[in-house]
Design a protein around this ligand. Sequence first.
Ligand SMILES: [Ca+2]
Ligand SMILES: [Ca+2]
Length: 312
Amino acid sequence: MRTSIALSVGLCLILSGSAYAVTNEIFGLYNNGYRIQRYDVGANSFLDCGPVLGGKMVTNLAMDNNRRLYYMHPFDASHVLYQADLDSGNQLINQQIHDTFPPGMNIIDGFTIGPDQNLYMTGYGHSQIYRYIVGSNSGTAATEVTLIPGPLGSVGEFRSDLAFDPLTGYLVGIGIVPDGTGRRSLFQIPGNLAMNGVNDNYTWEYFGGNSSPWATVDLGSPTNPSGPLGPNPDGVAFDPTTNALYLSGDGEKFSAWNRSAATLTNYILSGGQDTGMGFDLAYQQAVPEPATWTLLGMGLLGLAAYGWRKWR
Ligand SMILES: [Ca+2]
Ligand SMILES: [Ca+2]
C-alpha cells in the first residue's frame, strides 16, 4: 500500500509536468537602458532594481533558474557580458563581468537563457543564433542557427529579443519579416536546433507556423512607428507557468498579448503611465524542481522494494 502511494505521488508529479519554482515576475530595461526594472505579475506593480554596471546603455537581458541576471551593451566591438544577483529587496547586487567576447559579433540585441541554462544571443545583421556556455569562461559563442529567408524573399533578420516558448519548446524572437516590407513579427526555431552544438540552416518560420495570425501582423517599424510596439519592437518573454506572451518596444509599450490570435491584450502601465520598460524582457528560465525528481525517485524506490519483497 505504501508502495502504491509513493509511486502515485511520483507519477502525479511527473504527469503534471509544471512543477516550477518560479517567482512570477518579469524583468526589463528602462531609463534608456541604464537601469533594470521588475514587474510583479501578481501584484501588478513595478520596482526599480538599480543601475547596471559599465556606464553604457544595455539592450540585452536574461535570467537563469537561480534568478541571476545577465546583460550586455549592444554596440561594443569586444562584447562584455555582465552578471548580477538580487537581494531580498530585489535590488541588484554582486554585479561583475562574467566574460568578454572578441570582436566580430556585430550588434547584439537579443538575449535569453535556455532550459539548459546556457545563454542564447542574436542581433542586427546576423540572422544567426549564438549559444554561450554559461560559466565556461571560454570567451566564445558558437553559431547554432542561421536564418534562410526561403520563398518569402531575401531581406529578413532575426533581430531583437529571444525567449523559449514553454508550451512548444520553440525558440521565439522578434525579427524583420523577409518580404521586403520591413515589418516586424515573431519567428520561431525548433528549440533543439538552438541547443544541439552545430550550425543549422533554418528557413524563416512565423511563430505558431506560417499559417498563424503572426504571418500578417506588423508590430511596428521605423516606417510604421504607430504600430502596436512603436518604431522598434524589441522585447519578448513567456510566463513559464501560464505560457502567456509579453512583448515590448525599445523602452516603451510593455504589453500582454494573445499568443494565438496575435492581438494586443493590453499595455501594462503604472499609474496610467508607460514606465519605459522594454529593450529586452526576461522571465526566470525555469527547470523542473529537484523535489519533483526526488519524489519520483522515492516512487521508483518503493516499486523496487515491492519487487524485492515479492521476490523474497
Ligand atoms: Ca533587445
Ligand atoms: Ca544548432
